[in-house]
Design a binder for this molecule. Sequence first.
Ligand SMILES: C[S@@+](CC[C@H](N)C(=O)[O-])C[C@H]1O[C@@H](n2cnc3c(N)ncnc32)[C@H](O)[C@@H]1O
Length: 247
Amino acid sequence: MIRRIVQFQQALGRAFLYFRYRSRSGYDAARFWEQRHQRFQSDFRAVASVPEEEHTRYPKQKQQFLDFLAAQQIGAAGSVCIEFGCGNGFWGQVVLASGAKRYTGMDISATAVAHCQKSVPGGSFRCCDLGSPGEFADIQADMAISIDVTQHIVSEEKLSQFLRNMSTSVCEGGHIIVTSYTGCGNQYTESPNNVILGFFRLPALRWVYAWDVSTIQKHLVGCELVGSASIWDKTILAFRKTGRERK
Ligand SMILES: C[S@@+](CC[C@H](N)C(=O)[O-])C[C@H]1O[C@@H](n2cnc3c(N)ncnc32)[C@H](O)[C@@H]1O
């Protein structure tokens, strides 16, 4: 009985999100993320679907991220680093503590950016939609990172722009580090079936998408995949910008 009540509440919650944030290209990311960051004041719940992971996920991911960089011989020390979807600033703190000379975090949520400006004193921050064309060529970073963000870019057109922006912001020879749910083709991770009491069907907001490595590679023109590994429940990929288009 309790399980059914919980399922009922969850299904109603998903339907509520659908009617509030749906849009022609999937969901209204700007409004969705801004309201989420405002509601949780950019704490862990603003960036995570499983709040119980607060004390396990970041330490584990951080170790996996640093081990991955070391294995790929990508040094954060002395580098210019930029982050796409900085959320609460956790990864800014990680790269600055690893010796990055300059760090810029960007996020679609003004509340997240304001929070980071206070909590990551060594960084600088911008508020922008990274799935839209922007001015990134002035940055020329050694490394552009994006952890736990591509799954929330649910249209391929926006993903393509997001990855082009990453590539544009990096100098030749620099690295692009992204995470994704890989290995299951390109598809939403959640079922569209939002069934209440076993038969009554409501729509659900679809805001989590798995992009396969080949799709990410396709949109990172002039970049080659140099390594991949597991990070928490996803895959972390490193691309090197060569400037050469693949045949
Ligand atoms: C799941 S959170 C991950 C945050 C952070 N990278 C981390 O690992 O804790 C996704 C973040 O991406 C941001 N985001 C989502 N879509 C975006 C877009 N189109 N442009 C810029 N930021 C976006 C959200 O505001 C949110 O802070």
